[in-house]
Design a protein around this ligand. Structure first.
Ligand SMILES: Nc1ncnc2c1ncn2[C@@H]1O[C@H](COP(=O)(O)OP(=O)(O)OP(=O)(O)O)[C@@H](O)[C@H]1O
Ligand SMILES: [Mg+2]
Length: 267
C-alpha cells in the first residue's frame, strides 16, 4: 500500500494550515478542530473519514464560509465572476420544498445574479445530466430521496464551483441507490474534474470513490493519517473489490479508525 506516493505536480485547490475551531458552549468552550493541516490538489477526489463528532462537518462549513475558524488559515481559489469557489451538498433533504426541481437548481444561480435565460439553460443542462429532465417541474416531495439528492448535486454543479464539498451525501440512501449515485457522481466528476472533498462514514465508499482518503482523529479532530487509493479510473467496482489491495486498505483504514472511535467514546 502506498502511503506517501509521488504524485504528479498539479496546483493545490484547498490548503488548510493549523486550523482550529473552538465553539463557545454554555459550560465550557468546545474545541471541535485542533491544528488541522492538509491540502487537496486540483481535480482530486478526496474522502474524509473520522469518528462521529470529530469535526468533519465543522471543517466543511469553514471551507464553505458558513462558519469561521478560531485560528489557522484556509486558502481557496479566488472567486471568479459568475462562479462560486465552493458548493456544498449536505446529507438528507437539502432541497427547498416550495421550489420545483428547476427552481431548486436555479437557486444558486439566482444568488449569483445570473440572468434569467442563462440561468434556465444552465439549470436544465445539469438537470438533464443527473437524469431528472422529466421531473424538472416536479416538487421535491414528489421525488424519491435518491432523486432529491441528485437535485442537490445538480444545484451544486450548476454554480460551476472550483470545489465541491459533500457531507455524507448518500448516507440516507438504500444500498442499491447509493451504488447507482456513486456511479453517477464518478461519471460527472470525470467529466467536470472538480476538486471534491467528500465526507463519509463508509470505508467502502471512500475507497471506491476517492483518489486519497484522509482519516481524522477523535475529537478534537485533526488529520491522523492519509492513504492513497491506487486503483485506475474508470473503476470497476467488482474488480477493485477482488483486488487484494482493497482488503489490505480497508483493514488498515478500519484499524486506524477503530482506535479513534474507541478513544472518542472514552471522552
Ligand atoms: N454550532 C455549534 N455550536 C456548538 N458546538 C457545535 C456546533 N456544531 C458542532 N458542534 C460540536 O462540534 C463537534 C464536532 O461536530 P461536527 O458536526 O463537526 O462533527 P462530525 O464529525 O461532522 O460528526 P458526524 O460524523 O456525527 O456528522 C461536536 O462535539 C459538536 O457538538
Ligand atoms: Mg457531520
Amino acid at each position: 500500500m502506498t502511503l506517501s506516493p509521488t504524485l504528479p505536480q498539479v496546483q493545490t485547490r484547498i490548503t488548510v494550515t493549523g486550523l482550529t475551531k473552538v465553539y463557545p458552549q454554555p459550560r465550557a468552550p468546545l474545541t471541535a478542530l485542533r491544528d488541522v493541516t492538509f491540502a487537496v490538489r486540483e481535480g482530486e477526489f478526496c474522502a474524509l473519514i473520522g469518528p462521529s463528532g470529530c469535526g468533519k462537518t465543522t471543517l466543511l462549513h469553514i471551507l464553505a464560509g458558513l462558519t469561521t475558524s478560531t485560528s489557522g488559515t484556509v486558502t481557496l481559489p479566488e472567486r471568479r465572476p459568475g462562479q462560486l469557489p465552493t458548493a456544498v451538498v449536505f446529507q438528507g433533504i437539502s432541497t427547498l420544498p416550495w421550489f420545483t426541481v428547476q427552481q431548486n437548481v436555479e437557486y444558486g444561480l439566482r444568488l449569483m445574479s445570473v440572468p434569467r435565460r442563462a440561468r434556465r439553460e444552465r439549470a436544465l443542462q445539469h438537470i438533464r445530466q443527473v437524469g431528472l429532465l422529466p421531473f424538472a417541474d416536479a416538487y421535491p416531495h414528489q421525488l424519491s430521496e435518491g432523486m432529491r439528492q441528485r437535485v442537490s448535486i445538480a444545484r451544486a454543479l450548476a454554480t460551476d464551483p472550483d470545489i465541491l464539498l459533500m457531507d455524507e451525501p448518500f448516507a440516507n440512501l438504500d444500498e442499491q441507490n447509493r451504488l447507482l449515485l456513486q456511479d453517477e457522481l464518478l461519471r460527472i466528476w470525470q467529466e467536470h474534474r472538480k476538486t471534491v472533498l467528500f465526507v463519509t462514514h463508509s470505508l467502502d465508499e471512500a475507497i471506491r470513490l476517492a483518489d486519497r482518503v484522509l482519516v481524522m482523529s477523535a475529537s478534537p479532530g485533526h488529520i491522523k493519517t492519509e492513504v492513497v487509493v491506487p486503483f485506475d479510473r474508470p473503476r470497476d467496482y467488482r474488480a477493485i473489490r477482488q483486488d487484494p489491495r482493497y482488503g489490505t486498505m480497508s483493514a488498515y483504514l478500519w484499524d486506524v479508525l477503530r482506535e479513534e472511535v474507541l478513544r472518542g467514546r472514552q471522552v
